[in-house]
Ligand binder design. Sequence first.
Ligand code: URQ
Ligand code: ZN
Ligand code: ZN
Length: 478
Amino acid sequence: MSLLIRGGEIVTAERQFRADVLCEGGLIQAIGPDLEAPTGAEVVEAGGLLVMPGGIDPHTHMELPFMGTVASEDFFSGTSAGAAGGNTMIIDFVIPSPGASLLDAFKTWRGWAEKSATDYSFHVAITGWSDQVHEEMGVLTRDHGVNSFKHFMAYKGAIMVDDGIMLNSFTRALELGAICNVHAENGEAVAFMQKKLLAMGITGPEGHALSRPPEVEGEAAQRVIAIAELLGAPVYIVHVSTAEATDAIARARAKGLRVYGEVLPQHLVIDESVYQNPDFATAAAYVMSPPFRPKHHQKALWAGLASGALQTTATDHCCFCAPQKAAGRENFTLIPNGTGGIEDRMSILWHHGVRAGRLTPSEFVAVTSTNTAKIFNIHPRKGAVVVGADADLVLWDPAASRTISVKTHHQRVDFNIYEGMEVTGLAASTISQGKVVWHRGELRTVRGVGRYIDRPCFAPVFSALSLAAKAPVGVVRS
Ligand code: URQ
Ligand code: ZN
Ligand code: ZN
């Protein structure tokens, strides 16, 4: 069945123009003015709306087993909530227990994700190092469409990796033409500060932010950039939350290093004052890592987005309900870390970005979809409005407003970090694989129709160039 999107204004990362879009067989078949509707076609009137590539969220954790519990959002409810917010793809994370097989974990997560309503892919976390990990990284890139490996520099005693593991893993990823993502916080410093704060009798959620101040992220960002530079490897730093890390990335990029930065909308509009809330459940609902920061960091993050130092936005959608967060009632280090937001990312960025004059509509498309597609090597299949691309689109109403609330959101979590915020700019309709999955407030997602999206590794010449550029030259002795 074909779908004609008529009368809209197309906005891509490059330009804005008036045209209709014809979708058939899950692909964009034609783009142009006044297209004919084929017999039997579904027609969606898009007059006054912006037709953009569907949002891609490169950082989610649906049904993640973490800190003794499991995230409350699953792959069906989470991708459905994402569709309500204009998203058509997520890149989630396979996180093997230290020492466990990457391949076994990959298959487990693939099973969980079968229920997805829209397309998805996986970064695979490296949580230890062995010949088997080295081998399995090759199998995942060669046979399973994985081109990105995640490293947590935080969470000591759980999934944290040290510099030695990152040196080995980054070298292997470069050899394979894969990119490395990093959660950049100094995990040793966090553990030290946690112990110190608890000993001082600070046990509430405010201790979470005190235990991981901005310098803990700044140091880790600089360290991982130095490791990447040593090896000539690209690196993607997730959920950048501080001026320090943004500056480190900007300096690296100015030197010509291939360093990417991701920012979450929640770090752009929420500050550390949330941890002062006397109500434990409310303050604990904002416990995520990295934590919310003093307000001045938001200015640096917005500047990072506008200047291109930061290229993508994500949500780190990792939901835990109040009874789960209550595990840390007497000890903040036991509060499961994570917040939601997949449904609100694009509205927050439109309202506080485009309407506030910080981002153009095309820059909005770049940071919510196209840049992620390019960095993770699925453009122009994804993140583009071109003939032959997947028919993943959002019909964006730049003038419609809504008040964000747990009472009306589609996320499976009992709290909304943006509660009460009024935003202008929302998804009027979302189209996934050429089918309307969200229309004027009505979710039409179907469980299990989402597909796993292979992400090819980068051309060997790319990694060879980096290796050649950095190959150590031995002393030639006659
Ligand atoms: O660190 C992450 O990205 C995962 C474990 C989600 N939790 C969080 O607090 N960001
Ligand atoms: Zn993280
Ligand atoms: Zn995360």
